[in-house]
Design a protein around this ligand. Structure first.
Ligand SMILES: Nc1ncnc2c1ncn2[C@@H]1O[C@H](COP(=O)(O)OP(=O)(O)OP(=O)(O)O)[C@@H](O)[C@H]1O
Ligand SMILES: O=P(O)(O)OC[C@H]1O[C@H](OP(=O)(O)OP(=O)(O)O)[C@H](O)[C@@H]1O
Length: 206
């Protein structure tokens, strides 16, 4: 039996591949996968999904392990074991506004892909805000007048800069995380422990 790993498609998939290869695993089947969403390597079965769905597959035991951004864990709070940080996918969740913006006297409007992170951030500040949930290109919202500010991921800061926005406050420093199904950790301990140990040894990848 091979451990099943749910892997976030896209950006994290690319970075994970580099990490996986650096640990000495054979990744040829992953390189050759084409549009397949389930792929067997020598050591694992991988399934490919969007971040929130990776958390769902792990929570329900379809996958033993998952590779997911910490933003997904903060936003959706899935019932999984958050095993360890991985040395890639490093970025920040930040509050940003257009340069020179003065906060309005009325209730503030915040656009984000992360309504729960946003709500929690303002709850801790004791402020009630109106939140607009967007699916992407969040930086557009202040420019087009939908919102006074955004809560979004910042890595290099290029997207903010090229759209005339600046960080007001960093909310979370995040990275990719390896998560596990709670039962798998107990029932498949002998199978999963060597994998977890090898992931712990991994070095930073760009
Ligand atoms: N600019 C970034 N730099 C580094 N990590 C990022 C960046 N944007 C997102 N991430 C991390 O990578 C994960 C996957 O992001 P990615 O943009 O590939 O997928 P997505 O958010 O579902 O967007 P899309 O709908 O474009 O696929 C996020 O959950 C986050 O942890
Ligand atoms: O600080 P930077 O290096 O510029 O990266 C930050 C950008 O990357 C992500 O967007 P993504 O590329 O996933 O597109 P999206 O707007 O569709 O979410 C994020 O939402 C920011 O827009």
């Amino acid at each position: 039996m091979k451990p099943v790993i749910a892997l976030t498609k896209g950006r994290l998939e690319k970075q994970f591949l580099e990490f996986f290869r650096s640990l000495g695993y054979n990744d040829q089947a992953l390189i050759d996968k084409g549009r397949k969403l389930r792929v067997d390597t020598d050591d694992f079965q991988f399934v490919f999904a969007k971040g929130p769905d990776v958390a769902t597959y792990v929570e329900h035991g379809i996958a033993d392990l998952g590779i997911v951004g910490e933003d997904i864990l903060l936003e959706f709070q899935p019932d999984v074991f958050d095993l360890l940080p991985l040395p890639f996918g490093k970025c920040r969740v930040a509050l940003a506004t257009e340069e020179g913006t003065q906060w309005p006297a009325r209730k503030r409007r915040i656009a984000s892909k992360y309504p729960n992170i946003t709500k929690e951030y303002f709850r801790k500040k004791g402020e009630s805000v109106d939140i607009f949930k967007l699916e992407g290109s969040v930086e557009l919202a202040p420019i087009l007048g939908l919102a006074d500010a955004i809560v979004d991921i910042v890595e290099t800061g290029t997207t903010l800069e090229e759209n005339g926005l600046v960080i007001k406050e960093e909310i979370h420093q995040i990275s990719a995380r390896c998560i596990a199904n709670r039962s798998s950790l107990k029932i498949k301990r002998a199978l999963l422990n060597p994998v977890i140990q090898s992931f712990q040894k991994g070095e930073t990848v760009s």
